[in-house]
Design a protein around this ligand. Structure first.
Ligand SMILES: Nc1ncnc2c1ncn2[C@@H]1O[C@H](COP(=O)(O)OP(=O)(O)OP(=O)(O)O)[C@@H](O)[C@H]1O
Length: 357
């Protein structure tokens, strides 16, 4: 692909054509994000990671993405709407393939086909899981499929100095899994993955509402409340916001309004927050002193759950690292993957060495 010795214009045309047929994909538990390089920007497509299938034959896919999401919990008896990934892991290969084919079609747009895709998956994915995703990518029609850690993709997408020897860190708090990744010289030097994320906050909110008000609310209502008023415990005096959700009274079975406030969300988020700070602390314990100043100077938090108020303050209070919250937390992984797809040599050793000179 990168044939040296050709005339500059020829090389540029080749590169443009190659980039037009590349995609970066963040195959997420909740959302699948597709980034397609377009000049020096990206076209972004966001798809709910949901497929609707026949109950009798779960490999028979009826709808994907937004259309399937509308069916979650509301489907007729013979149809079920499911998420192909759970906690960042593929649960059904046939359903994940349908999701990926849809994502690739959306990303391909007018291009006839997609040559190269790079897919971000959780950092602790096993060899079997990695191979399964690669296989799905090839089955979905890509000639070249590379699977990389979401954390590394996020660092590249966030523009962190990954090639430098001084080190940098990414904390990616997603829906079903979270990664803490230390990167230096273009490669991962340490990683801690926990299979928890924003989804766990939602189910904790459902439980708390049941306990406190004897009312059952849907998981979507819980997520909506979390996004509207969410915060985490920290020493900063954050405003206690309030919102109202409707659930089913467990005594009367009638609809009942309940108020959810920021403090309740913070309580629901506490187990996840503790897991995150403990994982960062574990990484810091293992961190070489050569990398500590790089990590201190440049740690970025990405992923949808990074948007909870107070997370930046809480991490600093607990582990002493000043972090930056990405202003683009939900698309950086796909963007980073797209950069690697368009320029696979971004990860090659000679590029890392060059970056050291
Ligand atoms: N403003 C917000 N405040 C708090 N949480 C949010 C906000 N917006 C989205 N989220 C949460 O972020 C999570 C989705 O984030 P993201 O898209 O990064 O995850 P994912 O890539 O699908 O999951 P994973 O990386 O675990 O596979 C969900 O739990 C969602 O509820």
């Amino acid at each position: 692909m990168f044939s040296f010795g050709k005339k500059n214009e020829e090389k540029k045309d080749e590169k443009r054509a190659a980039i037009a047929n590349t995609l970066g994909i963040d195959l997420g538990t909740l959302n699948t994000v597709v980034a397609k390089p377009a000049g020096d920007k990206f076209d972004i497509y966001k798809i709910p990671s949901v497929v609707a299938v026949k109950k009798e034959d779960p490999s028979y896919v009826l709808a994907v993405g937004e259309e399937a999401k509308m069916m979650l919990g509301r489907t007729p008896e013979d149809i079920i709407a499911v998420r192909p990934l759970r906690k960042g892991v593929i649960e059904s290969v046939a359903q994940a393939e349908a999701l990926l084919v849809y994502a690739m079609e959306l990303g391909a747009g007018d291009s006839e086909s997609i040559d190269r895709i790079v897919i971000g998956i959780p950092g602790d994915a096993s060899e079997v899981e990695r191979n399964a995703v690669e296989e799905i990518g090839r089955k979905a029609g890509a000639n070249y499929v590379l699977v990389i850690s979401e954390g590394l993709a996020a660092a590249i997408g966030a523009g962190l100095p990954i090639a430098e020897a001084s080190g940098t860190m990414v904390v990616d708090i997603g829906a079903g899994s979270s990664d803490i990744v230390v990167i230096s010289l273009g490669g991962i030097t340490d990683i801690e993955t926990i299979r928890v994320g924003g989804d766990d906050i939602d189910s904790n909110i459902v439980e708390l509402v049941k306990e406190k008000f004897n009312v059952e609310i849907g998981i979507h209502e819980a997520e909506k409340a979390k996004i509207e008023v969410g915060m985490v415990k920290c020493s900063e005096d954050l405003e206690n916001l309030k919102t109202v959700v409707i659930g089913k009274c467990m005594e009367t079975n009638k609809p009942k309004k309940v108020e959810i406030d920021s403090e309740m969300v913070a309580e629901a988020a506490e187990p996840l927050v503790k897991d995150i700070v403990n994982s960062i602390a574990a990484v810091l314990e293992r961190l070489s002193p050569e990398l500590i100043s790089g990590v201190y100077n440049k740690t970025v938090v990405v992923g949808g759950t990074s948007q909870l108020r107070g997370i930046k303050e809480r991490i600093f209070e607990e582990v002493g690292i000043p972090v930056e919250i990405s202003d683009d937390p939900m698309t950086v992984v796909a963007k980073g993957a797209a950069i690697v797809a368009a320029e696979p040599r971004a990860l090659e050793p000679e590029v890392r060495l060059k970056a050291m000179k």
